[in-house]
Design a protein around this ligand. Sequence first.
Ligand code: NAD
Length: 481
Amino acid sequence: MTDQRTGRLYINGNWVDSASGRLLSVHNPANLEVVAEVPDSDERDVDRAVAAACRAFESWRWVNPSVRAGHLHAIGQRIAESERALAESITREMGKPLSEALGEVRKLAKAFHFYAEETTRTFGAIVPNEEDGFTSLVEREPIGVVAAISPWNYPLELIGWKLAASLGAGCTIVVKPSEYTPTSAIELFACLAATDLPAGVANLVTGAGETGRALVAHPAVNKVAFTGSSDTGAAIVKTVSGVKPMSMELGGNCPMIVTEHADLTGAVNGALRRSFRNAGQICIAINRVYVHASRYEEFVQRLASAAEDLVVADGLVKEDADMGPVANAEILQKVERHVDDARAKGARVLCGGQRPAGLESGYFYAPTVLADCTQDMLVMHEETFGPVLGVAAYRSLDEAVELANSTPAGLAAYVYTENLTATFALGRRLDFGNVAVNNVDAGIINAPYGGRKGSGYGYEHGREGLDGYLQLKHLRIRHGA
Ligand code: NAD
């Protein structure tokens, strides 16, 4: 980024310097060049941002919902006008091909328009009383100041869901993006700054884990909205001060079941898309596939041959590449560890299994299909978060369900079957917050999206995504009428 905003925080409606004086470097994973240097905010910065959000809350909470909706529409509009700059900042700092980054930005704009509409549909209830002359109202009120902490894999959407829903609800917010992807967040806040959103309603502090820790520990924060790894989620639960609502969107390790009655072409295409899109760095990525023994060999051969054809490239140079690099060295090491572990335990490497030739300048890894996997292999029970897929055969639906449910992950599961009984049996028995049958798009903006078990709690998307920023009040009035 060459913009003057780089190196500044957005607090109380202004771009301001950090008190810390420390900077974090942001790298392009396709070539390891430094993209930007941004402040590594300290407790003083966090305190300033939270104080601004507290002040703004006192007026924002009373702003008419239709006016708040207008602000959200204006932000959505501004995002659409800036889509190229936003998308380029995503690709430059985390590597997904530009065409995918543009898709993310368009969905981000859509989220603002969706929550603008939901904002005007926020209302409570009237509850009958046993005694005459009383009326009970149930009102929905904003929770207060939200601390939003996000990861790098969908650097804008995962901020946007929290930002749009909390502002729509009447909350104010302090956002801390991932240290790997702060520049797209800065571009997004430039969009907010270009609208007439009141000062202090939305604030941005950049930094790493310590900044996040200071934010969630701040006593004036009323709600923590977190998306990230299960380990960080567990740490945050211990860090928050006092008792406060939290939403935890944590890691996956998502299974897919392909039954003997599946449309194999659909299943192969689905696995290809949901395992290798964003280089497998999706919380709802398919990490492991269980295929009925009668279809197993055909499935793995067709999948490996399709995966081999995927185009891996620098997504700024080749905008429509299928896959860019993985986002950082940590992910690359985890991918290599999972592949080495599977290989050592007897998996067949049908394609990939190494860094692609000619792309040594960045964190590239070839799309990898591992066959004959067993449940003790890391790829089958731990989130890889990279372009690696483990496949195993099963013989009965009971066995498939048991294998799919056997890890702590509870975010999303996928099923391919043309059999109605299997559709319902699997749909109901899979212990996941999202189950997609004969498709791999488990999240849509107007349906609740959330995990269970080790994948966390709380919902984003849908009406429920807004409800997470609201609290109920029972207002019982004795009026005598
Ligand atoms: P991460 O947990 O390492 O970091 C996420 C954020 O938490 C970053 O902003 C980081 O700076 C911050 N952080 C780190 N330590 C902290 C602390 N002690 N207190 C407060 N904040 C702290 O995760 P990541 O590597 O950025 O993202 C990948 C993970 O996110 C994967 O596990 C993935 O499955 C998960 N994820 C989940 C969903 C979902 O909807 N369930 C969506 C996307 C990603």
